[in-house]
Design a protein around this ligand. Structure first.
Ligand code: TRP
Ligand code: SF4
Length: 332
């Protein structure tokens, strides 16, 4: 029997095209996205216009970074049959909707946005006093509302933006009649992955293990990690709870974690051996991914085809939204 009411909810995520992905990305949002692919109608897109709003002085890497990201995402298991995978700049309707939404967005909503205030204060290396950066949340609202998404998985840092999206949707509905859904945030239970220096793993901290790293680089990076500082000699008892390396064991070992803990506590293993072992486990977990990635690197035409498919699917929906919005606003 055909289930007529089995309409899947729309889940949408925008992703900054930061280049090759690292373990921090994997254990964050992406794993959840892949796991949920069958349960939703998924939209996953790379936000190159958002990247431009902060990188406009030096934009030359955006496109290569975007392609690297797409290759990583497909190799990880984002399935183009289940997920619309596309780039923001391929959907001109998003830009048009941004314009319609900006005319109804009060300046004060953007001025009081905490992420805006924080970034203007913290990021001194770039001139972010531009209209495009100021209206970043309006573009994000258009990303979401163009397909009338139900659910948006985000990290905590993005909650203020999602709140602005909801306010804009409400204001539009109030002014022109109900049309947009107010999208709900889905807070991801992302696992915090430390970088090689113990801070949050991030490309800009230069402490990341990339999914495409070979065994030698992974080994070198793990060897550079700080362990229990009190442990000097091989037979010294260690404290795994303060050791960065042990955090990775917790992520990568399904069972037998007590043994790893005890052999350290009892001084039965040297740190170098312990590190090389986890480097091996991390590398093994990436083998299938890396094989797939190499295939795609040699078949970039296929990657473009997937982006083209995503673009066509999403533009079709977006065109309908734009026609409706023009009608609602009285300019059709
Ligand atoms: N602002 C998000 C970030 O910096 C990226 C983003 C852009 C996004 N548009 C979106 C996320 C729409 C979710 C939905 O990470
Ligand atoms: Fe860390 Fe392993 Fe050394 Fe213990 S033996 S301190 S867990 S690297």
């Amino acid at each position: 029997m055909v289930a007529i009411f089995d309409v899947k909810k729309i889940m949408l995520t925008g992703f900054r095209p930061t280049g090759r992905l690292h373990l921090g990305h994997l254990h964050g949002n992406i794993k959840n996205m892949i796991k949920n692919q069958n349960d939703y109608d998924n939209f996953f897109f790379l936000v190159d216009w958002h990247a431009l709003s902060t990188e406009y002085q030096n934009p030359k890497n955006i496109k290569t970074n975007l392609l690297d990201c797409v290759i990583d995402l497909i190799s990880l298991g984002i399935d183009p049959e289940l997920t619309h995978l596309y780039r923001q700049s391929d959907i001109p309707e998003i830009a048009e909707l941004t314009l319609y939404l900006s005319v109804i967005t009060p300046l004060s909503w953007l001025e009081r946005c905490p992420t805006y205030k924080e970034q203007i204060r913290e990021i001194k290396s770039k001139d972010l006093s531009t209209l495009g950066f100021f209206s970043y949340p309006v573009l994000m609202a258009a990303d979401i509302l163009i397909v009338n998404a139900d659910i948006v998985p985000v990290g905590e840092d993005q909650l203020p933006h999602l709140e602005i999206t909801r306010e804009i949707a409400r204001r539009f509905n109030f002014l022109y009649g109900n049309y947009f859904k107010e999208p709900a945030a889905m807070l991801s239970q992302a696992t915090r992955v430390p970088g090689t220096d113990g801070r949050k793993m991030s490309k800009s901290y230069d402490n990341a293990i990339f999914l495409s790293d070979d065994f030698d680089s992974i080994k070198k990076k793990v060897r550079s990690m700080i362990t229990d500082p009190k442990r000097i000699h091989l037979r010294d008892p260690g404290n795994p709870q303060v050791c960065n390396v042990f955090t990775f064991y917790k992520l990568y070992k399904d069972s037998g974690i007590e043994e790893i803990e005890n052999r350290c506590k009892n001084g039965q293993v040297g740190c170098t051996a312990c590190k090389d072992e986890i480097a091996g486990l991390i590398f093994d977990s990436l083998k299938d991914f890396q094989t797939k990635r190499k295939e795609l690197e040699n078949n970039i035409g296929y990657v473009y085809k997937i982006l083209e498919k995503g673009k066509n699917e999403v533009r079709e929906i977006s065109k309908t939204t734009i026609l409706d919005v023009r009608k609602k606003m009285g300019i059709d």
